[in-house]
Write a protein that binds this ligand. Structure first.
Ligand SMILES: C[S@@+](CC[C@H](N)C(=O)[O-])C[C@H]1O[C@@H](n2cnc3c(N)ncnc32)[C@H](O)[C@@H]1O
Length: 234
């Protein structure tokens, strides 16, 4: 099972970087976007558009998009009324891509892109009304070595980034702020729920969508999960 996940992730990494099929520009959410080499291609996955349109963007509020990739969700949030957006990614090309798309859509004044391994470079005092990560859901073993930046878009070694997100993100919310995770069934859903419980959280499905993956045979469910305190009602 774990091996299947790695194989799927590696073939997805190929699909996202295949220059013969790869566009320098793409259309999503009725807008045109730039795509830089090596960055997760949002139009090759139905997840980006779905999560972006499902998220309750706080009008006049602050948003942190973790793992921004090409910057679609971060830029869209600014276009939809967020006052200030921080877009973070571990991959330098993703940070640059987000800056390019923020400029393209005239929201550079409201979107700050930073290179950061999870919250490492996010100021400890910064607080957000909404935090979201369309996560790299496939668990890779502790021995896994990342050889290309695109692999950060598919794999999370030993779920270290998920654990950091679940531990850190709740502390970075404003009072009343909301925390979301985009996860899918190529990942280990049971393990995610265990990690949530360890972090004092529970994951509640806000929206989901089932889609057929690249080969026409694999079915994947994409879930927008809201992460709530474990002891909250409901
Ligand atoms: C599934 S992709 C989503 C990209 C983009 N948000 C989208 O929806 O098109 C996951 C993103 O998370 C980033 N990422 C993975 N691990 C990270 C970490 N530890 N810190 C920051 N970003 C990370 C990857 O580089 C990648 O851009």
């Amino acid at each position: 099972m774990a091996g299947d996940g790695i194989q799927l992730g590696l073939s997805e990494a190929e699909r996202h970087t295949d220059t013969s099929q790869r566009d320098r520009e793409f259309e999503l959410l009725d807008l045109r976007w730039d795509l830089l080499p090596g960055v997760f291609a949002p139009h090759n996955s139905r997840s980006t558009a779905a999560y972006t349109s499902w998220l309750p963007i706080p009008a006049g509020g602050t948003v942190l998009e973790m793992g921004c990739g090409a910057g679609v969700t971060a830029v869209y949030a600014a276009l939809r009324g967020a006052r200030a957006v921080v877009a973070a990614d571990i991959a330098a090309a993703a940070v640059e891509n987000t800056r390019v798309n923020a400029a393209r859509h005239g929201v550079s004044d409201r979107v700050r892109a930073v290179r950061s391994d999870m919250f490492a470079e996010i100021g400890p005092e910064e607080r957000f009304d909404l935090i979201f990560w369309n996560s790299s859901a496939i668990p890779a073993p502790e021995s896994f070595v990342y050889t290309r930046d695109i692999e950060w878009s598919l794999f999370d070694r030993d779920y270290a980034s998920h654990r950091a997100y679940l531990r850190e993100a709740p502390r970075r919310l404003t009072e009343g702020g909301r925390l979301f995770l985009g996860f899918n069934t190529n990942g280990d859903v049971e393990r995610l729920h265990r990690l949530c419980a360890e972090a004092g959280l529970r994951a509640v499905e806000a929206r989901s969508m089932t889609t057929t993956y690249n080969d026409g045979a694999t079915t994947t469910r994409f879930m927008l999960l809201e992460l709530l305190p474990a002891d909250s009602g409901g």
